[in-house]
Ligand binder design. Structure first.
Ligand SMILES: *Cc1c(COP(=O)(O)O)cnc(C)c1O
Length: 416
């Protein structure tokens, strides 16, 4: 579905002019993914596993690899194969879905060398042990249910062993492997409060103390935020400091290591989607991309995504509110917005929807025959960045929020 163009443009508008794509266009900014990966490697006090589901595009995986990221959080046999075949044994794969098919476990272990598996029940542990023929070289991670206060997208209802059942499961996992055992959790996606990581880590600490088991890894999961209009998170360094400080208070701090599984934060700001207006009806714009395409999140999470009008020669009209309809015949393929765009926007114009590097192309379907997306590279800067400078401390020195607005540098294309 993703037909990659190796073409490089200085901006999405240049790409539209050159290609005039029939379908939506995914804008890739690999330099931003590499910078985000480097930032996490330098500032997260442990090992970084990229959550592949956020965006499994080859350009993302390669850009992270270029930034030194070697860990990948995979959730299916297909994701295991994708990463293992691309990077070989140098990639470190962690199978972090708490419910795996037996075949996926067996293939991951025997064919692709995966040794790290997560579980949140005894039944899943039994499956893992059976399908690996009672392997003793497993790294077993126990997924804990933790509070999702502070997350914009809570993920707590589906996975994680309860505080009451965690100690017994931790003891059993400890006894089942001669290698490493750890705990993991997810504070919820787009987590706006660094203190949420502290609360979850202290939950984990209580479970570990109750279990009386030696724990080698504390995996704080994903949930690190990106910047959406009206959703300005604290600077990323504040999350790193909270995690580092809380880890030092944990019972296991002397012997354990930290892991994280960022998805959104590494890729959101590096991608956007360019869609074309195929018809205008009053304040409704009928687009060639929508909820069944690359705009699933833009439609369903109901956050304000930033938009930019693209037309040869531009428009001088005032901004007005618009709603979007996607190309399929389904009436839920609609986003009420309001999206602020020039009042004279018309058929044939394009719209760049920003901050869609995460959970954009990753979620597209081919429903109704739409969804064929062309990917091109753009060398411009993203609209906003959590990683505007190289280190958290520098970012902090830049100003209170530490968030660097890149809009003023947008015109300066970066050379590779
Ligand atoms: C989705 C997911 C992630 C990534 O979450 P983000 O909110 O995108 O950072 C990490 N770990 C697990 C287990 C996940 O399911």
């Amino acid at each position: 579905m993703d037909n990659i163009q190796s073409l490089v443009f200085s901006s999405p508008a240049d790409a539209v002019r050159a290609i005039a794509p029939e379908g939506p266009m995914a804008i890739a900014r690999p330099h931003r993914v590499t910078a985000a990966g480097q930032w996490f490697r330098e500032n997260f006090p442990g090992e970084v596993f990229y959550a592949v589901k956020a965006n499994p595009s080859p350009w993302v995986l390669d850009a992270l690899w270029a930034g030194g990221v070697r860990g990948f959080d995979v959730a299916s046999e297909a994701e295991v194969r994708l990463v293992a075949e691309r990077f070989g044994p140098e990639a470190k794969l962690a199978f972090m879905h708490p419910v795996k098919s037996r075949r996926a476990i067996a293939r991951a272990y025997h064919d692709y060398g995966v040794r790290t598996f997560v579980l949140d029940t005894e039944d899943e542990l039994d499956k893992i042990l059976a399908e690996t023929n009672g392997a003793k070289d497993l790294t077993l991670m126990v997924r804990l249910a933790v509070s999702n206060d502070g997350a914009s997208l809570p993920l707590t209802a589906k996975f994680g062993v309860s505080a009451a059942d965690a100690p017994a499961l931790l003891r059993r996992a400890r006894g089942a492997t001669e290698e490493l055992m750890g705990v993991s959790f997810h504070v919820g996606s787009q987590c706006m409060r660094p203190l949420a990581f502290k609360a979850a880590m202290l939950d984990a600490n209580r479970a570990i103390i109750k279990a009386g088991a030696v724990v080698d890894i504390v995996d704080v999961g994903g949930g690190f935020p990106a910047i959406y209009p009206g959703m300005q998170p604290p600077e990323m360094g504040a999350y790193m400091r909270e995690i580092r400080d809380t880890f030092e208070q944990m019972f296991v701090a002397q012997n354990a290591v930290l892991w994280a599984e960022p998805g959104r934060a590494l890729v959101a700001e590096a991608g956007s989607i360019v869609t074309r207006v195929d018809l205008r009806k009053g304040d409704a714009l009928y687009l060639n991309d929508g909820a069944y395409g690359n705009l699933f999140d833009a439609v369903h999470v109901k956050w304000p995504f930033p938009v930019k009008h693209i037309r040869e020669g531009g428009s001088r009209a005032k901004l007005a509110p618009f709603k979007f309809f996607g190309p399929t015949c389904d009436s839920i393929d609609a986003a009420p917005g309001p999206f602020m765009l020039p009042a004279d926007i018309r058929e044939g114009d394009h719209i760049e929807i920003g901050m869609l590097g995460a959970y954009g192309v990753a979620m597209a379907t081919g429903f109704n025959g739409f969804g064929d997306t062309t990917t091109v590279v753009s060398e411009d800067a993203p609209w906003e960045s959590m990683f505007g400078r190289n280190t958290a401390d520098q970012a902090q020195a830049e100003g209170e929020s530490g968030v660097i607005q890149l809009s003023d540098r947008k015109r300066k294309p970066r050379r590779k």
